[in-house]
Design a protein around this ligand. Structure first.
Ligand code: AMP
Length: 405
C-alpha cells in the first residue's frame, strides 16, 4: 500500500510518499514559495536499493491547486516519477494542526470533518486554513484515494481538566473553548511508541517525559501511555523558550506593552511569536549558531541558552511531580537529537530524582535510538529521532484498516 503524506503551509506543500510494505520513503519533496514570483519544487526519489535522485524545478506556482498538480506530475513522471499511476496511491494522510476538542484520534475526512476543522480556524488562524486547502487540492488530485486527517492536538486530548483548564471564567471554556490543547502530538506519540519498543514494555505501563526540541519546542508528561500534561497551551506560544517564541511570560505583559509602549495586539503577537525566544535574547534562533556564539565568548548567547535549558529542567521537575513514577525521559527533534550540550545542561543535577546522565554516552549518541543514562540511573534517558511523516502514514493506514472492520 502506498500512502502520500501532506503537510500544507501558507505558501508551501511538503510531501512524502511511503511504501507501507516496508515503511520505505519512495519520494519526498516540497513545493515552496507558492503564490510568489519564483516558486520552486524539489523532489527526491529514493529507490529500494537506497540510491536517490533529486529533481529541482523553478516553476511559477500561482496557488496550491497548481502546486498539487505539479507534485502529481512529478510523482508519476515517466523519467523521474516514483509511481506509474497516481491511482497506486491508496490514501493521503494530512497533517492538521488544530482538531480542537472534536478529534481524539486520526479521522477519515468527510464533509463533517471538514466543517469541524473549519470551526477550529479561530483557534489556529495561521495553520488550519492552509491545511484545509491541502485537503481540498488532494481530494481534487486523488479523487479515488481516502483522505485522512492526523491532528497535532489529538494525542493531548487525554489531558485531564485540572491540567487543561485556565483559571478564568468558566464560560470562556464552555462557550469559546478557551483551554490548553497542546501541539507536536504526532511527534510525542511517535517517540513514546519507539521508547516502549526500545524498553521492551507495553506503552500502557510506561510513564515518560518526552521533550521535542526543534524550532518549536514542547514537552509532554505521559502516564501509562496517555498524555496527562503538555507545555504548549491554547496556542503553540506557551511553555518552553523556543527559536523565536517566548514560551511562558506573565499574562499581564501585553497590558504593559500596550499601556507603556502603545503596541497593538498585532505588534505584540509578532513580538512574542517571531521576535522572542533565543532570537530575542541573542539575535539568532538557530541553536547551532547560539552554541557557536557561546564558543566565541558571546555573553548574550550564553544567557539565551541558560534560559532555554533552565525552562526545560524546571518543567522536568514539574512533570516528575505530576507523574510520581518516571520510567524514561526522551529527547527528540533537531536540537534534542543533535545537541549533547543542551541535553547535558537540561539533565544535570537530577540524581536525587533517580536520573543520571552519562556524559560520554551522551556525546557519542548516534543517529538511531541512543541510551545516554548511566548504568545506575533508575530513569532511562533516551535520544529518539522523531518521524512525524512516518507516524502520519502509519496512522493513515490504521484509519483505513479500522474503516474496513
Ligand atoms: P527542527 O525544527 O526539528 O528541524 O530543529 C531545528 C533546530 O535544530 C535548529 O535550532 C537547529 O539549529 C537545531 N539543530 C540541528 N542540528 C543541530 C546540532 N548539531 N546542534 C545543535 N542544534 C542543532
Amino acid at each position: 500500500m502506498k500512502i502520500l503524506v501532506i503537510n500544507t503551509g501558507s505558501s508551501s506543500i511538503k510531501y512524502e510518499l511511503f511504501d507501507m510494505a516496508d515503511h520505505r520513503v519512495m519520494a519526498s519533496g516540497i513545493a515552496e514559495r507558492i503564490g510568489e514570483e519564483e516558486s520552486l519544487i524539489i523532489q527526491k526519489n529514493i529507490l529500494s536499493n537506497g540510491e536517490s535522485t533529486e529533481i529541482k524545478e523553478a516553476v511559477l506556482i500561482a496557488d496550491h491547486h497548481e502546486g498539487m498538480r505539479h507534485i502529481v506530475d512529478l510523482l508519476v513522471d515517466e523519467e523521474y516519477g516514483a509511481v506509474r499511476d497516481k491511482n497506486e496511491i491508496a490514501a493521503v494522510g494530512h497533517r492538521v494542526v488544530h482538531g480542537g476538542e472534536a478529534f481524539h484520534s486520526t479521522t477519515i475526512i468527510d464533509e463533517e470533518v471538514i466543517a469541524a476543522i473549519k470551526r477550529n480556524i479561530p483557534l489556529a488562524p495561521l495553520h488550519n486554513p492552509p491545511n484545509l486547502i491541502g485537503i481540498e487540492v488532494a481530494r481534487e488530485a486523488f479523487p479515488d484515494a481516502l483522505q485522512v486527517a492526523v491532528f497535532d492536538t489529538a494525542f493531548h486530548q487525554t489531558i485531564p481538566m485540572r491540567a487543561f483548564l485556565y483559571a478564568i471564567p468558566f464560560e470562556l471554556y464552555e462557550k469559546e473553548r478557551v483551554r490548553r490543547y497542546g501541539f507536536h502530538g504526532t511527534s510525542h506519540a511517535y517517540v513514546a511508541e519507539r521508547a516502549a519498543e526500545y524498553l521492551g514494555r507495553p506503552l500502557g505501563e510506561l510513564n515518560l517525559i518526552t521533550i521535542h526540541l526543534g524550532n518549536g519546542a514542547s514537552m509532554a508528561a505521559i502516564k501509562n501511555g496517555k498524555c496527562v500534561d503538555t507545555t504548549m497551551g491554547m496556542t503553540p506560544l506557551a511553555g518552553l523558550v523556543m527559536g523565536t517564541r517566548s514560551g511562558d511570560v506573565d499574562p499581564a505583559l501585553p497590558f504593559f506593552l500596550t499601556d507603556h509602549l502603545g503596541m497593538s495586539p498585532k505588534d505584540i503577537d509578532t513580538l512574542l511569536n517571531n521576535e522572542s525566544g533565543l532570537k530575542g535574547v541573542c539575535g539568532t534562533n538557530d541553536m547551532r549558531e547560539v552554541i557557536e556564539k557561546i564558543d566565541a565568548g558571546d555573553s548574550r548567547a550564553k544567557i539565551a541558552l541558560d534560559l532555554y535549558t533552565y525552562r526545560i529542567k524546571k518543567y522536568m521537575g514539574a512533570y516528575f511531580a505530576v507523574l510520581e513514577i518516571l520510567d524514561a525521559v526522551v529527547f527528540t527533534a533537531g536540537i534534542g537529537e543533535n545537541s549533547p550540550y543542551v541535553r547535558e545542561l537540561c539533565s544535570r543535577g537530577l540524581n536525587r530524582l533517580g536520573m543520571e546522565i552519562d556524559l560520554e554516552r551522551n556525546k557519542l549518541a548516534g543517529s538511531g535510538i541512543s541510551e545516554i543514562n548511566s548504568q545506575n540511573s533508575e530513569v532511562k534517558i533516551l535520544v529518539i529521532p522523531t518521524n512525524e511523516e512516518l507516524k502520519i502514514a502509519q496512522e493513515t493506514k490504521k484509519a483505513i484498516a479500522n474503516s474496513l472492520k
